[in-house]
Ligand binder design. Structure first.
Ligand SMILES: O=c1ccn([C@@H]2O[C@H](COP(=O)(O)O)[C@@H](O)[C@H]2O)c(=O)[nH]1
Length: 233
């Protein structure tokens, strides 16, 4: 299965279906707020029916009881990966895992990963707006350790932190990295960016790619080129 998760950041159902029609085999897709808030979970069922794997990227962040019960319901959708913000703390993350285990379908729960610092957050913004002192990489590593101690399966981080997270949390602890750009692309709103080639070199488990694929002239070709890099072909 693919190591490239394609962010289906679309607001029209026909755009989603036209995009998926280009693929003759199952891929890994990421469904986030844009699509979910437009169509609800019906879209999840349609994408699953086509055989694709799904990372449901809703980034939960609330009190433990609310996150626990929210995760219980998300687990029933039988998606492959869900997530939350590590900034919610260990009590929230542990409650999330309880909810996922309670909602597991046929004994199988989705993997749960924690957003450390958004890839759109720069060093300066983290220090000066969010008032989190220190080096962004150190903060990301410490959030990753907290996520691991709380029983999560991995984190969302930038490529620049993935190697250090594997060293601190173990090779099996998943690193899922958005902020991926081809060298010819604009960074848009992303700050901590890297190429697929660098992601491969740094040992990222999965890359998340949105606009570089979905807005390219030939999304299918671009996807295959990126996936070939990730698979080392
Ligand atoms: O830290 C994060 C967490 C999630 N994302 C999501 O990934 C994609 C990236 O899209 P691009 O078009 O490739 O920039 C998007 O859906 C974000 O919500 C992230 O970018 N950074």
């Amino acid at each position: 299965m693919s190591r490239t998760m394609v962010a289906l950041d679309f607001s029209k159902k026909e755009d989603v279906m036209n995009f998926l029609d280009k693929f003759d085999k199952p891929i890994y897709v990421k469904v986030g707020m844009e699509l979910t808030y437009a169509f609800g979970f019906e879209m999840i069922r349609e994408i699953k029916a086509r055989g694709h794997k799904i990372f449901l990227d809703l980034k939960l962040h609330d009190i433990p009881n609310t996150v626990k019960n929210g995760m219980k319901n998300l687990a029933k959708l039988d998606v492959d990966v869900v997530n939350l913000h590590a900034a919610g703390g260990s009590a929230m993350m542990k409650a999330a895992m309880e909810g996922l285990n309670e909602g597991a379908v046929n004994g199988k729960r989705p993997l749960c990963i924690a957003v450390t610092q958004l890839t759109s957050t720069s060093q300066e913004a983290m220090n000066e707006e969010l008032l989190i002192p220190g080096d962004v990489k150190d903060v990301v590593i410490s959030y990753a350790k907290l996520a691991k101690e709380s029983g999560l399966d991995g984190v969302v981080c930038s490529v620049h932190e993935a190697r250090a997270i594997h060293e601190a949390c173990g090779a099996d602890f998943l690193t899922v990295t958005p902020g991926i750009r081809l060298s010819s692309d604009s960074k848009d709103d992303q700050k901590r960016v890297a190429t697929p080639q660098f992601a491969k070199e740094e040992g990222c488990d999965y890359i998340v790619v949105g606009r570089s694929i979905t807005k390219s002239e030939d999304p299918y070709k671009t996807y295959n080129e990126i996936e070939a890099i990730m698979e080392g072909k």
